[in-house]
Design a protein around this ligand. Structure first.
Ligand code: ZN
Ligand code: ZN
Length: 368
């Protein structure tokens, strides 16, 4: 089988003949039908995320859907032939976080960087072992092995290209609004950075019946995407002061909720400044380790809330099916989100387009 290997930051992914081990008892082998090009992959490719936490060589890819090829002996939730959305955050189902209904924060599936929980790696080229992304996933390949909890069966009527997006951008963006923030109908919302995740924050705000949805970005084409997905107002922050504009659009108050969909300390701070007294700033994007958000110590007087959001506070087994339902009744616009599809051979073109901010989402189809 083929996989796209990153050997060194700032060099192109290399398409290699690789083999895959598994599945083990509690794992699933999935033929990857579609996998999105996401900023989290790009952060490793361009060296923003580096060091011992991101060992190379690695096969990246964490936003994917496919068809179950084979299951381990103890797997009960899925079977060969099922269409599945993959989750990049497997959960144990037994730890305290899992049992209180917060499986995205599971502490029972800790694994060494680049490896599965049992310390092994699954892709190899000859004698060379290749690292996986996060807690056990490598979807920039024809086949990926994941833990049972990370393969959620869905209806076969949903195109797998669309289903792939639900595995990261859609879950993160929509989940930030519906799960993490629990935005009430009629609320005012601002979304900073309308890439793949931010556009889905916009869609989540539409689902939540927000009264105003203000999109902020530096690129006009991304603001056009935001409008087409339901933003009621747009602000190009390269030309205007976003916080001042947001106040102007909300009778001087600020919005009820602001979302940082990029993970940049200055943007997070702008979200804090853009919310009204008692409002909530949600940090959705993953900032580089070691950075800090400066928050005024006078926070008590304004009762503002700053909230982190990992993976849309997802409970994959519940939420992926909910996203599919939203899509099937036309409440989530996802067909228009896939600007282009790419073969595995042209995966580097997908990331060139991502680095230039061209696509709403580029999707790679390794086995089509
Ligand atoms: Zn992602
Ligand atoms: Zn757990």
């Amino acid at each position: 089988m083929r996989g796209a290997v990153l050997y060194e930051a700032n060099t192109p992914l290399q398409i290699e003949d690789v083999s895959v081990d598994g599945p083990r008892d509690d794992e699933v082998l999935v033929r990857v039908a579609a996998t999105g090009a996401c900023h989290s992959d790009y952060h490793v490719m361009d060296g923003t995320w580096h060091g011992p936490g991101y060992p190379l060589p690695i096969i990246l890819g964490h936003e994917a859907a496919g068809v179950v090829e084979k299951v381990g002996s103890s797997v009960r939730t899925t079977r060969p032939g099922d269409h599945v959305i993959l989750s990049f955050a497997p959960n144990c189902g037994r730890c305290r976080m899992c049992t209180i209904g917060r499986p995205n924060l599971c502490t029972g599936m800790v694994s060494p960087p680049g490896r599965f929980q049992d310390g092994t790696r699954r892709h190899r080229k000859g004698d060379m072992e290749i690292n996986c992304f996060g807690r056990g996933m490598s979807s920039f390949a024809e086949y990926s092995v994941v833990h049972e909890s990370a393969a959620i069966p869905i209806s076969k009527e949903v195109p797998l290209t669309v289903a792939a997006l639900m595995g990261c951008a859609v879950m993160t963006g929509v989940g930030a609004v519906l799960n993490t923030a629990a935005v009430e109908p009629g609320s005012t919302v601002a979304v900073f950075a309308t890439g793949g995740v931010g556009l889905n924050v916009v869609q989540g705000a539409v689902l939540a019946n927000a009264s105003r949805i203000i999109a902020v970005d530096l690129l006009d084409n991304k603001l056009d995407y935001a409008s087409s997905f339901g933003a009621t107002h747009t602000i190009n922050a390269s030309r205007q002061n976003a916080v001042e504009q947001i106040r102007e659009l909300t009778d001087g108050l600020g919005v009820d909720y602001a979302f940082d969909a990029i993970g940049d300390a200055r943007v997070s701070r702008a979200c804090y400044d853009a919310v009204r007294r008692g409002g909530t700033a949600v940090v959705v994007g993953m900032a580089p380790t070691g950075t800090e958000i400066p928050i005024p110590a006078t926070i008590a007087g304004e009762e503002k809330v700053v909230k982190g959001c990992f993976y849309g506070s997802t409970r994959p087994a519940v939420d992926f099916k909910r996203l599919v339902d939203f899509y099937q009744r036309g409440a989530l616009k996802l067909d228009g989100m896939i600007t282009r599809t790419y073969s595995l051979e042209s995966i580097n073109d997908a990331f060139d387009a991502l680095s230039r901010g061209e696509n709403a989402r580029g999707v790679i189809t390794p086995t089509n």
